[in-house]
Write a protein that binds this ligand. Structure first.
Ligand code: PMV
Length: 300
């Protein structure tokens, strides 16, 4: 049996503003993964999901079709079985990760390979099914499996992490589909281009400074940039009461900084912690109502 894996992702800085051409920073999140395994089928491609999900079924079928088109191969008799620990629509890149794992498993089963640039183009097409107008950051970080400094339409850039740092990631008990928050931000922007455009620029500046802080090993600076980014996301109306109160609970418990991550209004948040505050922050987040918490080490 052949199987292939893709990890989830976390956006550290710059979500939403990235749709408008500002830079954003994202990293692979190996704490959650999608795995696709292949076995022979009785006829054509059969996709098995852990639970019924019409959109995922359509998206995975289309992924397989695009891969086969690129490889100029007919449909093989294969069952592709998905197993995923990535919460759906929670800002961990579930859609991009399951398609990436499926494309990789299909290529392996056919003893072919696709370069990352081609795979990234395919997964971007699939992202449009999930998110309508994606910036492309999710598929890029998941396909390339490395930290990315992402700007729409620019060549992919990775960066150096001078000093590893740890995040506590909290998954909320609810999420809002990304295309809804992205649509609301667009409406806000159309109503007030000057003011909201200024918020986007400030978020872009935060992402640029965050890259500097990561490349120069300055965690305290990084924490205050996370707080600032969260405040700017509040101005875009994509935070909500629970995200705000969980971020505050994390700070009170010793986090150096905290912000929502991804589309917002539920989903997930990240808190920058030191070794000594990690446990406190995790407990505080669970007590304040987080559904799950994970600890992840970036650059370790
Ligand atoms: O997939 P999510 O929920 O992590 O959000 C993606 C980030 C956005 O900037 C909100 C949208 C996009 O396409 O970049």
């Amino acid at each position: 049996m052949i199987s292939a894996i893709a990890s989830g992702k976390l956006i550290l800085f710059g979500e939403h503003a990235v749709v408008y051409g500002q830079p954003a920073i994202a990293v692979p999140f190996r704490g959650v993964q999608a795995v696709v395994s292949t076995t022979p089928s009785d006829g054509g491609i059969v996709i098995r999901l852990p639970q019924p999900d019409e959109l995922a079924q359509i998206a995975l079928k289309k992924t397989a079709t695009l891969v086969l088109d690129h490889l100029k191969l007919p449909e093989p008799d294969l069952t592709l079985t998905l197993d995923s620990s990535i919460p759906i629509a929670a800002g961990f890149g579930s859609g991009a990760a399951i398609s990436t794992a499926l494309a990789r498993a299909l290529c392996q089963a056919l003893q072919r390979s696709l370069d990352n640039a081609t795979l990234n183009e395919i997964i971007y097409e699939i992202e449009k099914l999930h998110h309508k107008t994606p910036s492309g950051i999710d598929n890029t970080v998941i396909v390339y499996e490395q930290p990315v400094y992402f700007e729409r339409g620019q060549p992919i850039e990775s960066f150096h992490i001078a000093r590893p740092f740890s995040l506590v990631v909290a998954n909320l008990p609810y999420a809002t589909p990304t295309h809804i928050t992205v649509g609301d931000v667009r409406q806000l922007y159309e109503q007030n281009c000057a003011e909201i455009g200024e918020v986007f620029s400030e978020i872009g500046e935060v992402a640029r400074q965050a890259r500097w802080a990561i490349e120069n090993g300055a965690p305290t600076k990084l924490g205050s940039l996370m707080d600032r980014n969260h405040m700017l996301l509040q101005q875009l109306t994509v935070s909500d009461k629970m995200l705000d109160s969980l971020c505050e609970a994390a700070r009170q418990a010793g986090a150096v900084g905290a912000k929502l991550s991804g589309g917002g209004r539920g989903g997930n948040l990240i808190a920058l912690t030191t070794a000594s505050s990690q446990q406190n922050v995790s407990s505080a987040l669970l007590e304040a109502g987080a559904h799950e918490v994970f600890v992840t080490h970036i650059g370790a």
